[in-house]
Design a protein around this ligand. Sequence first.
Ligand code: COA
Length: 323
Amino acid sequence: MNHARIQSTGSYLPDSVMENAELEARVDTTDAWIRERTGIARRHIAAPEQTCSDLAQHAALNAIAAAGLQADDIDCLIVATSTPDQVFPSTACRLIERLNIPSGAIAFDVAAACSGFVYALDIAHRFIQTGGAKRALVIGAEVFSRILDWSDRSTCVLFGDGAGAVILEAAPSAGILSTHLHADGRQEPLLNVPWGISQGYENLDGGRGNVSMRGNEVFRVAVRTLGALVDETLAANDLQRGDVDWLVPHQANIRIMSATARQLGLPLERMVSTVEDHGNTSAASIPLALDCAVRDGRIQRGELLLLEAFGAGFTWGSALIRY
Ligand code: COA
């Protein structure tokens, strides 16, 4: 089996920033409530003409430049998203031409909601392990602002738009040490967008195309599930609490993230947090956070990273990485 390591990272955030104060004017909420209950102060919102692939393209170019590569060095492209450009082709296929990746590469989208990036990373890792690919571009990109009910204070304050990318390459020693993916559809009503193409456009009414969440119940399941996931990841690698250098969590809520850091035995300075400035960008949040901490010099080569996510499905997953 081959090994894989992260060669480079990249990210992109749309220019427009929506502060909590702007939401105070739209729904019955306050900046203080949003900050205290979620840790979010602002989020980026895509311009009306920007789609998922536009955000993904910027993040990808950023990662390609950081690696000093040409696009024709990439033979596998996976995009994790719940907000693709079109029904088909996949967002990944649309990016092939725009990024100038050679014809014949592997390209597809992955739908696992907020856990999508960890799922995509796991899949890319397996392609490299088995020799099916040499260098994979793995992107998380979302335009969640398009699937929010902007009059629903329980959801519209939480999410933002953005994209993050990593390039995974075959390597002589293991960068990705282990991945752990899980799903269970039994609690789907707690968090969903209760409409899709096969339900027919005639049934797309009354906000059925928007995020619907029973946040308080999701919160409790998320904290419990992520705690067990952290234990599973440490045990699989013979590690103790405190052995990991950095937690790079899905950025849903600072209280959920902090609970996971406590479970890992990490001080909060060792948790990468972008939730204050980005909100929850779903599948984009982990690669965005990773890229921030790599570029500002916090995360150094050789350090041990734990990436984890929980999202609709429910889906959840982690990756332990020697960076
Ligand atoms: N502003 C002000 N009040 C709000 C509000 C808002 N934006 N949204 C909800 N409230 C109110 C509720 O109506 C409720 O009022 P009530 O007590 O009069 O009924 C009160 O605040 C408490 O609501 P609750 O849902 O219990 O708050 P919470 O502390 O659980 O925080 C979330 C809500 C959504 C921030 C939190 O539950 C959460 O982050 N959930 C998980 C999100 C997540 O991880 N998703 C999965 C990945 S996407």
